[in-house]
Every structure is written in C-alpha cells, then in structure tokens.
Write a protein that binds this ligand. Structure first.
Ligand code: SF4
Ligand code: F3S
Length: 106
C-alpha cells in the first residue's frame, strides 16, 4: 500500500485525489490518508503531490514509519474524498515546515 506522510499536514493540496483509480483517499481537517484496504499500488498519486508526501509502505522515510499504521487507523474514521479541492489557506507556508506532526487534527 501507499502511505501519506508528514509533509501533507496543514497543506492538503489534494492533487493526489484526482488520479486515484479506486478512490482510496480519506480526508481529515488538515491531512489526508490512504485506506490500505483500497489502495492497489498503482503509484499514480506519488508524482502528483507537490510536497512529496506519498511513499510506498516499504519506502516511508526513517522516523515516519508510524504514518503507516496511522493511515490505516484514520482511514477507518474519515470519509472519502474523491475530487480535488483548494489546498488549505496557508499551505505554501506550511510546505516549508518539516516538523508539524503536532499540528495533526484527528
Ligand atoms: Fe490510489 Fe494508486 Fe495512490 Fe494507491 S497508489 S492511493 S491506488 S493513486
Ligand atoms: Fe496531501 Fe500531497 Fe495529497 S499534500 S492531499 S498528499 S497532494
């Protein structure tokens, strides 16, 4: 499966959503996750994300491994998002911030 990681937090550009053939994305207030039960490993979403937040499960950067179980957990709680929408208002500023896990709204 593919996994959304820290870069997405407070940005939520949503370009990824439009290309997913199985509508695997789930939306929270300031983050998206991929439902591992839906993702078919097509890889299409990876190149779409302007902040490179999406990785194959086996390639999640060191220190961000916890995002794999987090995607699975939140996918059960959050609703599908199937169309692109505007990014969060301060997305371009937050895109430059590396550590923002404490901002994640569940
Ligand atoms: Fe959807 Fe493909 Fe990305 Fe999986 S890898 S979330 S199937 S676009
Ligand atoms: Fe997030 Fe990147 Fe998608 S910022 S919403 S994973 S395009």
């Amino acid at each position: 499966t593919y996994v959304v990681t820290e870069s997405c937090i407070q940005c939520k550009y949503t370009d990824c959503v439009d290309v997913c053939p199985v509508d695997a994305f789930r939306e929270g207030a300031n983050f998206l996750v991929i439902d591992p039960d839906e993702c078919i490993d097509c890889t299409l979403c990876v190149a779409e994300c302007p902040v490179e937040a999406i990785f194959a499960e086996d390639d999640v950067p060191a220190g961000q491994e916890h995002f794999t179980p987090l995607n699975a957990e939140l996918a059960k709680l959050w609703k599908p998002i199937i169309e692109r929408k505007d990014a969060l208002p301060e997305a371009d500023e937050w895109a430059k911030v590396e550590s923002k896990f404490d901002k994640l709204q569940r």
